[in-house]
Write a protein that binds this ligand. Structure first.
Ligand code: 3H9
Length: 714
């Protein structure tokens, strides 16, 4: 057949097996292999029924994502999947699809074109295309409503979340669940199917398609939900339009409409950005010196020092992954406060039905409070999460050095301090690493893994494996002030504040960036995390600041007035004490005007466009410096950090990818204008100049980097 598709026989049943590791992606070659195998099975008179099954860990997990770029660049045409699926559906012999692992995207579409579907108990099916900025493009929006009904199809196609085998059975997506050997189950099912006569064709079903009156509220609710859950994204709305076509048009016309909408999405900037994010999320775990064979420490027990907001949240992250964790504080009062926060967070999750009460009780049992370092010798990892102060952290690490076992990982949750300096107080700097979690740690996906000068490859590999176990995306970065995330955040915040001093209102800055797609505007985000945190860090680093350089004035002024943000009821905004509703504060406007007057700034009217350029280009400028210095390995590492740690919109691909969509030359020219207008912060880094002048993007930089890394390996 082909290398990835084989045809075998078991008596009168032909078995088509797809074997395209790691996830049996439906590449053009696999599609051609299935077509040829089907044709051979149809022509074989001794064959009475056909089973389609995947080898390895999963059935087809979707079309081959890596082929999309070739299609949009015109290098390759798309596989003719609709024709293949029609051939399967038209087959006169019953075709039984056996699903295990993840029958996703094109995989579910193939399955729905088969006459029968059986699933392993732990299988999942779904149409996750929207997460890649696409819609199902091989009949998923037309066949799924015919099997599962309009409401379920809208939910699955517009939100992209998978359903379990049992839910798939309940909604008629699969016909039965097979315990035990799936292949044997499929063979038995196929033999039975032979006796049933004309096999059912999904495209001919219409009983679940509803009518205009019953469907209208479903589409309206779907659009509203998609607008909230996937703000700014086109694909979910196009997916609903395609399901709407299934309800209104004959199958063939619905399929044509789906193809039209699929192509619109495929060629969109959003889809290219989201595919970059999908592949990037996997790329970031590829680190020179770290391979599958690098030995790792298996984390069975953990300990956290410090039960503040971060420490308590980190303890929850470990407990949620089933790892027993010691939580140490200096005083009973602080420990009780931390445990109180944990209990409240779990209670809220149980209330929202995110966790069951039983799960919550089990997790709470895993968190053991402590006032001493007793039992720390048992921990495979310790995460220090005390106040952001070097002396304090050094004190903790010299204690840890005394009490922890030699191969324990000693991690600091510092968000900006020098890891090498922290490690220097221990006799084992190779075991020390930064594990920078983001607030709230039990919610945010990012773990910035900070590699010190002496950190061993084993500790880096263990940290990456641990991130996966904890459900986090780990990105390895180098050691510098603020690492990648906070180092870039400083100029972003600086520009947001300068814009306010120069004439924009606080709300205008936040609204402009929210409309751009950020989860929250920078000033509202400052109020949420607490303005005192940055104030303390600024004071700690004051001696390093160059003299005579413009610095934001308002935040320090707010802190001097004890306006630390939401927790004190006032910061950049004021907050309703009953429900923390945010309100503009004329007091702040007065403070801003005073600061601007004192600094001799002529306030002016500022456009939303300038707000986005000044803040986002500040991220890009610092990101380019970080890349140049090798603090981040690839531009995509920065993109992933910003999407999962700072609420950058995934459909814009991260700041470095976004720069390429604007055009690096355009960004570079604008940055030079900003330098002329606003000073040397904006001096464009040489890397940015070189790429811009050569007509390249940061993605081109990454491609070269990946090739260099591969060459080093061989
Ligand atoms: C689609 O189907 C469109 C259709 O409607 C038809 C249109 C005409 N293609 O995630 P992992 C790679 S759109 C190519 O680490 P896990 C992945 O990059 C598609 N490669 O494993 C990685 O490579 P590497 C709809 C793929 O066990 C390796 O496999 N489908 C694909 O944690 C392992 O991946 C989806 O969106 C692919 N489709 O999770 C499903 N999928 O080792 C996307 C994975 O080089 N995939 N790879 O880094 C997933 O959600 C997860 O990969 C899955 C496995 C849950 C399947």
């Amino acid at each position: 057949m082909s290398e990835s598709v084989s045809l075998t026989k078991d008596g009168e049943i032909a078995v088509i097996t797809i074997d395209n590791p790691p996830v049996n992606a439906l590449s053009a070659e696999v599609a051609e292999g299935i077509r040829a195998a089907l044709e051979a099975a149809q022509n074989d008179l001794s064959v009475k029924a056909i089973v389609l099954i995947g080898a390895g860990r999963t059935f087809i997990a979707g079309a081959d994502i890596k082929e999309f770029g070739k299609i949009t660049s015109g290098e390759k045409g798309g596989p003719e999947l609709n024709l293949l699926l029609q051939n399967i559906e038209d087959c006169a012999k019953p075709v039984v699809c056996a699903i295990h692992g993840t029958g996703f995207g094109g995989g579910l579409e193939v399955a729905m074109a088969c006459h029968y579907r059986i699933a392993a108990p732990d299988a999942q099916v779904g149409q996750p295309e929207v997460k890649l900025g696409l819609i199902p493009g091989a009949g998923g929006t037309q066949r799924l409503p015919r099997l599962a009904g309009i409401a379920k199809a809208v939910e699955m196609c517009a939100l992209g979340d998978p359903v379990s085998a049992s839910e798939a059975l309940k909604f008629g997506i699969v016909d039965t669940i097979v315990d035990g050997d799936l292949r044997q189950g499929a063979l038995a099912f196929a033999r039975e199917a032979v006796t049933k006569g004309q096999p059912p064709r999904t495209r001919e079903r219409s009983a679940k398609l509803g009518d205009e009156r019953s469907n209208a509220p479903i589409f309206a609710a779907g659009r509203e939900l998609a607008g909230k859950k996937a703000r700014g994204m086109i694909a979910p709305l196009r997916a609903i339009a395609a399901v709407e076509a299934a309800a209104k048009l004959p199958f063939k016309e619905g399929l044509d409409r789906e193809t039209e909408l699929f192509r619109e999405c495929l060629f969109s900037e959003q889809s290219k950005a989201l595919i970059h994010v999908f592949l990037g999320e996997r790329e970031v775990s590829k680190i020179p010196g770290v391979s599958k064979d690098t030995p790792t420490v298996e984390v069975r027990k953990a300990a956290v020092v410090g039960a503040g907001t971060m420490g308590s949240g980190i303890a929850m992250v470990y407990a949620n992954a089933g790892v027993p964790v010691l939580l140490k504080e200096a005083s009973q009062e602080m420990l009780d406060r931390g445990l109180g926060t944990i209990r409240r967070n779990y209670a809220a999750s149980a209330e929202r039905r995110r966790f069951t009460q039983e799960f919550v009780d089990q997790r709470l049992e895993l968190i053991r409070p402590s006032l001493t370092y007793d039992d720390f010798a048992e921990a495979d990892i310790v995460v220090e999460a005390v106040f952001e102060n070097m002396e304090l952290k050094k004190g903790v690490f010299s204690e840890l050095d005394k009490v922890c076992k030699p191969d324990a990982i000693l991690a600091s949750n510092t968000s900006s301090l020098n890891i090498d300096e922290i490690a220097s107080v221990t006799g084992r700097p190779h075991q020390v690493i930064g594990h920078h979690f983001f607030a709230p740690p039990n919610v945010m996906r990012l773990l910035e893994i900070v590699r010190g000068g002496a950190t061993s490859n084993e500790v880096v590999a263990s940290s990456l494996a641990l991130a996966r176990k904890l459900g986090k995306t780990g990105v390895v970065v180098g050691n510098c002030r603020g690492f990648v995330g906070n180092r870039m955040y400083a100029p972003y915040q600086r520009e947001a504040q300068f814009l306010v001093e120069e004439g924009a209102t606080v709300e205008q800055v936040d609204d402009a960036l929210y409309s751009f797609g950020m989860a929250m505007g920078p000033l509202a985000a400052g109020d949420l995390s607490g303005l005192d945190v940055g104030w303390r860090i600024r004071k700690e680093y004051q001696h390093l600041e160059p003299k005579g350089v413009r610095r934001p004035l308002v935040a320090d002024r707010l802190c001097q007035l004890q306006r630390f943000g939401q927790k004190t009821g006032a910061g950049w905004y004021k907050y309703d004490p009953s429900d923390r509703t945010r309100m503009p504060d004329p007091e702040v406007e007065k403070i801003v005007e005073e600061c601007a007057r004192a600094a001799g700034i002529d306030r002016r009217s500022i456009s939303d466009h300038e707000i986005v350029e000044r803040t986002i280009y500040a991220l890009i400028t610092e990101g380019a410096r970080i890349l140049e210095e090798g603090i981040a390995l690839r531009a995509v590492d920065i993109d992933i950090i910003y999407i999962y740690g700072y609420g950058f919109p995934a459909h814009r691909g991260g700041p470095m990818w976004y720069a390429g969509t604007v055009g690096l030359k355009e960004v570079y020219d604008r940055i030079r204008q900003f330098r002329d207008q606003h000073g040397d912060f904006w001096e464009p880094p040489p890397l940015l100049r070189q790429l811009a002048e050569r007509g390249k993007t940061f993605d081109d930089f990454d491609k070269e980097r990946v090739l260099q890394l591969r060459a080093q390996k061989h």
